[in-house]
Design a protein around this ligand. Structure first.
Ligand SMILES: Nc1ncnc2c1ncn2[C@@H]1O[C@H](COP(=O)(O)OP(=O)(O)OP(=O)(O)O)[C@@H](O)[C@H]1O
Ligand SMILES: [Mg+2]
Length: 205
């Protein structure tokens, strides 16, 4: 996988006349990336969409980048080896940066199991990166088994499955840790919105 190497040296950055600042002013809020991470079944998609709905209702421009959906298109060529997972997350980081530059609050819902990959996204996005760890134990996620994938992974039908045959590296300094294994969806969404309000990332009326 050679996703990071430049294919041409004849590429010059074109400065936009319409700046991020101008776009944010027009939108009435800043752009940011809410990066949900956690095991399969921990609640990333469910929580990201619940948070998005609340933000959207108050006029905030949002977009969810969700693992399965993105793997149909932007990352449709990638599998689940360590290298492919890294490239997947690298592309999501870059895509998020474009959304943030457009003044949008982008919510990403990817397992993103490797700390170094999340750190790379954090470096890329700086203060615009808010890591949200959906903290749910393997036992809880496996008992939910929303997609039936754990059962298949246990049966050896899926290799490199996070939590079973591939590691998940727990975030060490996530901005928000949500106990999605124990709290209700509503409580979890409130916790995220409260954080965003408190840190003035968005003002939800
Ligand atoms: N506090 C909570 N937050 C989010 N989801 C919750 C919560 N409590 C229970 N759930 C349930 O847990 C399940 C989480 O599934 P979801 O598809 O959102 O997980 P995911 O992390 O996106 O998994 P995957 O990586 O496979 O896409 C849903 O059935 C949801 O209703
Ligand atoms: Mg999901």
């Amino acid at each position: 996988m050679s996703g990071t190497e430049k294919k041409s040296s004849n590429i010059v950055w074109h400065e936009a006349g319409v700046t991020r600042q101008a776009r944010e002013k027009m939108n009435g809020h800043r752009g940011a990336t809410l990066w949900f991470t956690g095991l399969s079944g921990s609640g990333k998609s469910t929580l990201a969409h619940a948070v998005e709905e609340q933000l959207h209702r108050t006029g905030i421009r949002t977009y969810v980048l969700d693992g399965d959906n993105v793997r149909h298109g932007l990352c449709g060529d990638l599998g689940f080896s360590d290298v492919a997972r890294r490239e997947n997350i690298r592309r999501i980081g870059e895509a998020s940066r474009l959304f943030v530059d457009a003044g949008i609050v982008v919510l990403t819902a990817f397992i993103s199991p490797f700390r170094s990959d999340r750190q790379q996204a954090r470096r890329l996005l700086g203060d615009d990166f808010i890591e949200i760890y959906c903290d749910s134990s393997l036992e809880v996620c496996e008992s939910r088994d929303t997609k039936g994938l754990y059962q298949r992974a246990r049966a050896g039908e899926i290799k490199d499955f996070t939590g079973i045959s591939s590691p998940y590296e727990v975030p060490e300094a996530a901005e928000i840790v949500v106990n999605t294994g124990g709290m209700s969806l509503q409580e979890s969404a409130e916790q995220v919105i409260d954080y965003l309000q408190h840190h003035r990332i968005v003002v939800v009326s």
